[in-house]
Ligand binder design. Structure first.
Ligand code: FES
Ligand code: FES
Length: 167
């Protein structure tokens, strides 16, 4: 008689803060942070493009630093503080200057890449309040956009720097 091995998938408890709210949940050890954010917390603003660290669409802030959420497991985010694109402005009256600038300078077309760009640029502009074009292009060199040709994104970052400087 054939014996069938039963496989039980272990779930690990995690606790983390996302956009100012504390979550306690249980996750499979293999669950990616990007999938945890999208499917367990329903924060679908974090986009998944390549799922192997190339496109930057899944970028979030983890303890203030931009990381690719498709490259780490949810369990590695235990006891961390995360900010996703939903942590920026949620409606037109409440946009962050970076979001306003992308809108005004046509820094997006389909918008698929935009959350990753915004989460990459937020700490960049905080550390570099007056970047030149070369610094901006280097900062976004890890984010892929198939629509804009990047020039409008660069223009949006310059505009955002001006807006953030004027408070
Ligand atoms: S989906 Fe994470 S880098 Fe492309
Ligand atoms: S706006 Fe479409 S991929 Fe960037």
């Amino acid at each position: 008689m054939e014996s069938r091995a039963k496989m039980t998938i272990q779930h690990i408890p995690i606790s983390l803060t996302v956009n100012g709210k504390t979550y306690q949940d249980e996750v499979e050890p293999r669950l990616l942070l990007s999938d945890f954010l999208r499917h367990q917390l329903n924060l679908t603003g974090t986009h998944v493009g390549c799922e192997h660290g190339v496109c930057g669409a899944c970028t979030i802030l983890l303890d203030g630093a931009p990381v690719r959420s498709c490259l780490i497991f949810a369990i590695q985010a235990n006891e961390t503080t995360i900010m996703t694109v939903e942590g920026l402005g949620q409606d037109l009256e409440d946009l962050h200057p970076l979001q306003e600038s992308f809108r005004e300078a046509h820094g997006l077309q389909c918008g698929f890449c935009t959350p990753g760009f915004l989460m990459t640029l937020l700490p960049f502009l905080e550390e570099n309040p007056n970047p030149d074009e070369g610094q901006i292009r280097e900062a976004i060199s890890g984010n892929l956009c198939r629509c804009t040709g990047y020039q409008h994104i660069v223009d949006a970052v310059k505009l955002a720097a001006e807006k953030m400087a004027s408070g």
